[in-house]
Design a protein around this ligand. Sequence first.
Ligand code: PMP
Ligand code: GLN
Length: 384
Amino acid sequence: LNRQLAEFGTTIFAEMSALAVSTGSINLGQGFPDTDGPEEIREAAVRALREGRGNQYPPGPGIPELRTAIAAHQQRRYGLSYDPDTEVLVTAGATEAIAASLLALLESGDEVVALEPYYDSYAASIALAGGRRVPVTLRPHDGSFRLDLDELRAAVTARTRLLLINTPHNPTGTVLTRAELAAIAELAVERDLLVVTDEVYEHLVFDDAEHLPLASFPGMRERTVTIGSAGKTFSFTGWKVGWVTATPELVTAVRSVKQFLTYVSSGPFQYAVAEALALPDSYFEEFRRSMLARRDILAEGLTAAGFQVFRPAGTYFITTDIRPLGEKDGFAFCRALPERAGVVAIPNAVFYDDREAGAPFVRFAFCKRKDVLQAATERLIKLR
Ligand code: PMP
Ligand code: GLN
């Protein structure tokens, strides 16, 4: 293995999902829904396969139908206008969008300021690109993890090339506020930075939180690469359809890298996702509400089991603090949890450079059927 990648072994998601299978545990680790997305969208994929649409290499940037649907979605939801021909790129999930963006935009030694805890592929993709990650840690404050804007400013140096943002944020469930995003935007403009923003949980925001795309802030449209994914929004994580929206220059750069990673993304699913993006607002609202109900079931259950719960304003993850249970090492806790309780969770420490800072936090996914969440909480309550 390339020495830059020595620290990246098997991802925690693969490790923990394997543990769930081998121990027969309820898997609240890896974030994938246990109910597939809409039947009509599955049918659309089958129809495309049968009718021979997308069975051979589709166009490199993605099929026109999907690029048009992505642009229409950004317009309809956020009033952001992107040209489907030059400003949209279809990728093999958000994971490829992240990797291709960083490989396209970073040169060796460039610094990337990223929110910590960070989604695991960020660190690996920055390393693949020869960049250096500079984490800015979100810290618990009044029941949620918040960004310290002074720390963010202080993290930017003459070598900083880009800011890597994620909102709604995995694993903390934080949704950046208008004021926080405005400050990030001001900083990016002032220091002339590019921004890559991972907004795959854009449709999963709860209570009075609101998802605001960074690209909609003044001065940001021209410097922001926005990433989305059908895996999260339509509950088809196995389809691996994601996308990038940005200026023609940025999209061209990301596309040149994508050509040599996957060349194109799988065809028939693109036709189906194009239909999914055109679903009425009621689909998105219903999806959001159903996840909100699940959040509340799991949050109550974890609270009853003695965890300190950071009730998420977005995503389908709950971060907890295990110290009220007399525990302090999330890794040890998660490795023992299948034996102790028959449940699998993710230690947040894997998302930190500063593993000490992340040690007491453990993440549970709630994109599962209600009976499964209930069964998991009944098991966890026995830990007390
Ligand atoms: N970004 C974040 C924040 C995620 O949680 C995930 C996991 N789904 C991804 C990107 C990867 O998305 P995809 O499955 O579309 O590659
Ligand atoms: N995004 C998912 C999570 O955070 C996992 C995706 C993966 O396994 N790479 O759980």
